[in-house]
Write a protein that binds this ligand. Structure first.
Ligand SMILES: [Zn+2]
Length: 223
């Protein structure tokens, strides 16, 4: 019998699978926001065309099949949990970890997942239970538009991605060209709505910063 390890053991391998199969340019495991909770794996991919820099945030919940039941236990609950991540991600997937001799998702489970728009991935382990041998998307997730945009932005920032507040393009924040500006309602004559925070951070990409001649404020300089 295949001995499956704790789900977290497979995060690294699943991260690599997500990177290659979903063509994600950035993937991380165990990321999230305090209120919505942590997603097991999150990846971001570029879906922009000729004139847009659109991206998609993909979020994954990992569950191994119950060894005695030989299926994902409490399937409805797992689908519900995965669906709750549509608050932060554009596509939500449940990854089932199965040993080679276990039945994968049943037709009934696929119908249920399809009803909620949750995607399904069958990850098959090798006999030893150490390696993810196959990784197949058997049901594509719906496209969700997260209703609370800043929650998605938070996850993106954990992945190192920021959006330029001028041209709306996404860029990696750890690159040298990042221009980050802190703005505080205390010192500016604009009133900021929709925020309980005293301080707001906005980001400007290198191109906009150069073209619009933005300069980062030095310490001690008046605002
Ligand atoms: Zn820009």
């Amino acid at each position: 019998m295949t001995h499956k390890k704790d789900e977290r053991y497979y995060y690294k391998q699943l991260t690599e699978q997500v990177r290659s199969k979903f063509k994600c340019f950035e993937v991380k495991s165990a990321v999230g926001t305090e209120d919505v909770g942590q997603v097991d794996v999150a990846g971001v991919r570029d879906i922009g065309g000729y004139s847009s820099g659109q991206i998609e945030l993909l979020v994954f919940e990992v569950k191994k099949a119950h060894e005695k039941r030989r299926a994902i236990a409490h399937f409805g609950r797992q689908i519900g949990q995965t669906l709750s991540y549509s608050i932060i991600g554009n596509r939500c997937y449940l990854i089932g970890l199965f040993s080679p001799d276990e039945e994968k998702f049943s037709d009934e489970q696929k119908i249920l997942a399809n009803h909620f728009g949750v995607g399904l991935i069958e990850a098959e382990l090798d006999k030893s239970g150490d390696k993810v041998r196959k990784f197949a998307e058997v049901l594509t997730s719906n496209y969700f538009n997260p209703p609370v945009r800043h929650k998605m932005d938070k996850v993106l920032s954990h992945l190192g991605i920021r959006q330029c507040c001028i041209c709306r393009i996404y860029f990696r924040k750890n690159r040298k060209e990042l221009q980050g500006f802190g703005i505080s309602p205390k010192v500016l004559d604009r009133e900021y709505l929709f925020s309980t925070h005293k301080y707001k951070q906005v980001f400007i990409c290198h191109t906009c910063a150069t073209r619009f001649n933005f300069k980062q404020k030095k310490k001690g300089e008046p605002a």
